[in-house]
Ligand binder design. Structure first.
Ligand code: ATP
Length: 234
């Protein structure tokens, strides 16, 4: 579904992605793990057209979307939940969710997805009128995921959804990622919580300073010595 081939990204003199190759097959959960500064967010931002690559290609459903406009990429069903939540703090929960659907026309289908989001995150239904900025960190993270679902993604790319959350809520978030996947959404997940990510992933990549150094099935990577030492603290 998504194929990143030999992608290079520079920020001025910093060579952030050095010939990246990643495949995300349809209906799978793929995770990208790596230390701070490895280039994980840059990978997602370049797929979204938010940073421009200097060479290489991003192919989505056999179409070349390299460096295309973000809006056009979203319209094709590629949606990102950015790191740090980025909800609209002065709008209510309901307004935030409604904005997620701004590219869509069918009222019926929007209402159906709104119901689905409330089933996944009952807390959002209870807090429809609350200003999003006054919600707790975990609640804001749920809202950010809920809002991205209102865009009706085919490929959902999540940047550190568990960052800064209490362990109990982290488990909820990973359970919900599995639920979203079950409904037919393909997922590319970026995580520093390598253990939780590899446990739910079909396939994983380990990124170090802009290149993939290791890849394999989620379970195989979990049992890999190098991954255990470097990322699982074992
Ligand atoms: P983290 O987990 O800490 O968010 P990451 O793996 O997502 O890390 P990136 O944010 O992709 O890493 O950053 C990759 C490299 O590019 C880092 O060295 C970072 O300092 C650099 N970088 C990222 N954004 C910019 C920018 N706008 N200007 C200059 N350098 C940048």
């Amino acid at each position: 579904m998504l194929k990143i081939k030999d992608l290079h990204v520079y920020y001025g003199g910093i060579h952030a992605l050095k010939g990246l190759n990643i495949n995300v097959p349809h209906n799978k959960i793929v995770t990208l793990v790596g230390a701070n500064g490895a280039g994980k967010s840059t990978t997602l931002r370049s797929v979204m057209g938010l940073v421009k690559s200097t060479s290489g290609t991003v192919i989505y459903n056999d179409k070349d979307i390299t460096n295309k406009k973000t809006k056009d990429i979203v319209l094709q069903g590629v949606v990102m939940v950015p790191e740090g939540r980025r909800i609209f703090p002065n709008l209510t929960v309901e307004e935030n969710l409604t904005l997620g659907a701004y590219t869509r026309r069918s009222k019926d289908s929007i209402n159906k997805d709104m119901k689905w989001v409330y089933e996944l995150f009952p807390i959002l239904k209870d807090r429809l009128w609350q200003k999003a900025g006054t919600m707790s960190g975990g609640e804001q993270q749920m809202l950010a995921v809920g809002r991205s679902l209102m865009t009706k993604p085919k490929l959902l790319m999540m940047d550190e959804p568990s960052l800064g959350l209490a362990p109990l809520i982290v488990k909820d978030i990973f359970d919900i990622i599995k639920e979203i996947h079950k409904e037919g959404v393909t997922i590319l997940l970026i995580e520093q919580n390598a253990k939780a990510a590899l446990e739910i992933a079909d396939y994983g990549y380990v990124l170090e300073t802009g290149t993939i150094v290791l890849e394999g099935n989620g379970i195989d990577l979990l049992n890999n010595d190098k991954v255990q030492k470097a990322y699982l603290g074992e």
